[in-house]
Structures are given as C-alpha cells and as structure tokens.
Design a protein around this ligand. Structure first.
Ligand SMILES: [Zn+2]
Length: 414
C-alpha cells in the first residue's frame, strides 16, 4: 500500500542515517559467506527421491501482484520470465481489486505456467498506524466470474460470495485480521508471508538493512536466507484451527517487486519466486483401459489440490524440496492410506512416513505438539491415537536450524 510504503521508506532513511553514524568502521558480516558454503554443502547432500506411487508433484507460487495492483508495476513478461527461471508449474495472482483483473489479468496456460487469477480483499487492521501496521486480507482465487469484493462488505457475505463462485478463501496477513470469525469462514490461511517478514526485518533489524545495502548485489540469496524464521504465532493459530476441521496452510510469496531502498529492489520477482514455493500433490488418473495417465496440470487440478490441502511449502533457496513426502501407510512399506491433506480412519498398523531429499531435522507434530523428532532423511511413526499430524523439516545452516518445509496435516480420525 502506498501509505505503508512511504512510511517504510521514511523509517528506513532515518534508521540508515543512525546506523552509518553509529557503526563507523563497518565490515560486512562474515556469516554471508559462511551461509553460502553451508547451502552449497546442503545441496550437494541432496538425493532425488522416487515419486510417490499414484501421485505427481507440481511447484508454484501463491499470492503475487502484477501491474493491475496499485502497488506493483510487474508486467506479464517479467513475471512469466521470473516464473520460468524459478521452474514454476503454476502461479496464483492475487491483485488488489480492479475490474481489469477480469479483462486483462493473465489466466490459464501462459507459456509453461498455469496461471489462476484472483483478488486480495482487505479485512481491516489490528494495528493501522505507522511502521508496525498490520492489516488482514482474504485471497479469493478460482473465481468463475468477475468478482468485486467491495459489493459484499467485510463480513460473512464476502466469504459466501467467494464460495458461491466455487473459489477458495485464504486469510492473508493473518495477524492483521481483526475478527476471529474470519478464520471460521475461510478455507485456510497464510502460515508465512514474505512481504510481511521483509518489511519487519528491514525496519526492526538495522544490521539487516546495512548488510542489504552493502552486500545485496553479491549475496542476494544468502541475505534472504538470513531472515527466514519460523512464525510461531501463525503456526499456533493454524494448529488451533486444524484441530476443528481441515484448514489449509499456505505460504504466501506476496510478490510485488515494489520495495526499493535507494533504488535497490529488495523484492524482485526472480528472487521472491525462487525463495519460497508451494508444492502440490496431484493424483494420477487411471483410464478405462486401466492405463495410468499422467495428465498435465490444469487450473481444475490445481484448485482441487489446494482445496484438499495436498500442499507443502518450502524455502527452496535453501535446497530443492521436490520429492519430499509425508504419507500414511498400512505398515512400513504397505499400501498408501492417505497423503498430506487427507483424512484417514484410525486403524491398527497405520504408520506415518516422512522422506526428505536432504538430511535435516524432521519433526512430526500431533495437534501442534512434537511427538517424534529425528535428524536424517526419514522418519516413521506408528500411529497409536487419532489426531492432526503434520511435519516440519529444518536444515542446519551454520550454527542454526532454518525452517525449510511445512507440510499440511494428515488428519487421523477416531
Ligand atoms: Zn498481497
């Protein structure tokens, strides 16, 4: 938003002035080079995993703004070029509302990327002044017809109107959503939002701002990795909601390419698209002749996977997470009973299995609490009671575990 941007720019200029005066003989943090070496080692330790039988995986980005938003100038050409460089299979655009979204917005297969257009509609704020401004929104995508959120206010009729169009309603910037009821009406929430984090770090951590100014050309990726943190509030809220029903957790890129400090772009599309990806798991299909079909990704399959919570999010700047899986099987190597997002009945012999292409810290949580933790490439856990089971994977980068993968739950019902 324009006002927010202006606040940020003003704040940053003041902050920078005080840092440069205070630091005197500043030297670039050695940790950026260390991070680079640690990431190279992680990538070298990656072993591709066999595809999960019966499923395919696709990679994309959710929550991107284009020039149709008042706060972005991104053209289709530069967005598609960044999407292709990041090897995306899909992109969900969520511009701030303008009727042009439905006449000029990208939609359908664009080059090799399936694009679904949507709208980001404001829900009000929990703090609406200054640099710490926090305002919630709902992302509506998968809309059949042109949709003007302003016609429905900010209450339940807005969510009903989204659902009437067969679309998904995902709460963005959830800490800013001023009414708990929004979460009851929505299908899911952002468990991460890059724009929120970048803004907070730039404003609150002078060291990051200075590193950015001095090292951004050489260490763009490492600077990004240095701000990746687990968002405890978001994850607690998500765990609270999944205990009641399926509630999809999505990491939002919130790409604008609009935040610049002294002319340097902090959030260029190519970086933001590579930094964080949404991976979806799509079942293969079987023809009448019992031949396994590998259909290409379509908007319909994309939306079905998102709705079903067959989603994991990954900070792929650390390492490529494709091939990761979390499944429920009958016994260690038996039939698949369910994948992420699925509900499975509690039965004897159910084992939850996690496989990671890179060795890391694998944590299995039940109803928000860790029940199993291991360092390595795989974890298996004999289920002894119903619950909402989800997985986080972190990777060791220098002296710290950095969050890497957040997988949606498997819901084991009694
Ligand atoms: Zn946005």
């Amino acid at each position: 938003m324009l006002t927010r941007r202006r606040f940020i720019q003003a704040g940053l200029t003041v902050a920078l002035g005080s840092i440069l005066t205070g630091y005197g003989g500043y030297r670039l943090s050695a940790s950026l080079q260390g991070t680079r070496e640690a990431l190279a080692a992680l990538r070298a330790s990656r072993t591709p995993l066999a595809l999960l039988e019966g499923y395919r995986e696709f990679r994309g980005v959710i929550h991107a703004h284009t020039r149709l938003s008042h706060d972005s100038h991104g053209t289709p050409a530069e967005i598609l070029s960044a999407a292709s460089d990041a090897k995306l299979n899909f992109l969900v655009t969520t511009d701030h509302y303008t009727p042009d979204i439905f006449t000029e917005g990208m939609q359908g297969l664009q080059e090799n990327v399936v694009v679904t257009r949507g709208v980001e509609a404001p829900l009000g704020c929990t703090r609406d002044r200054g640099l710490g401004r926090r305002c919630g929104a709902v992302l509506a995508f998968g809309l059949r017809d042109p949709f003007n959120p302003d016609a429905f206010g900010r209450g339940k009729p807005l969510f009903d109107a989204i659902h009437d169009q067969g679309a998904l309603a995902i709460i963005a910037h959830p800490r800013g959503a001023p009414d708990a009821a929004y979460f009851e009406w929505a299908d899911g929430m952002e468990i991460y939002d890059i724009a929120d984090i970048m803004r907070d770090r730039l404003v609150e951590v002078p060291r990051y701002l200075l590193d950015f100014l001095l090292a951004h050309a050489e260490y763009q990726d490492e600077l990004f990795v240095s701000i990746v943190e687990r968002l405890n509030w978001h994850l607690r809220q998500w765990d609270r909601l999944t205990r009641m029903r399926r509630f999809v957790g999505i990491a939002g890129n919130d790409a604008h390419q609009n935040l610049a400090i002294f002319g340097l772009h902090v959030d260029p599309y190519p970086l933001i698209f590579r930094a964080l990806n949404t991976h979806i798991v799509v079942p293969t299909e079987t023809s009448e002749a019992l031949v396994i079909l590998d259909p290409p990704l379509s908007e319909g399959r994309l939306l079905a996977a998102l709705r079903a919570g067959r989603v994991f999010s990954s900070f792929n700047l650390l390492a490529d997470a494709s091939g990761f899986h979390f499944v429920a099987r009958r016994g260690d190597a038996g039939q698949i009973l369910g994948v992420i997002g699925d509900q499975v009945g509690m039965q004897e012999g159910t084992v939850l299995i996690v496989r990671s292409p890179v060795p890391g810290e694998l944590v299995l949580l039940r109803d928000g609490f860790p029940v199993s933790r291991t360092v390595g490439r795989s974890l298996s856990y004999a289920v002894d009671r119903p619950g909402v089971y989800r997985v986080e994977v972190s990777l060791r980068v220098m002296d710290r575990w950095r969050p890497w993968i957040f997988a949606n739950p498997i819901y084991v019902r009694g």
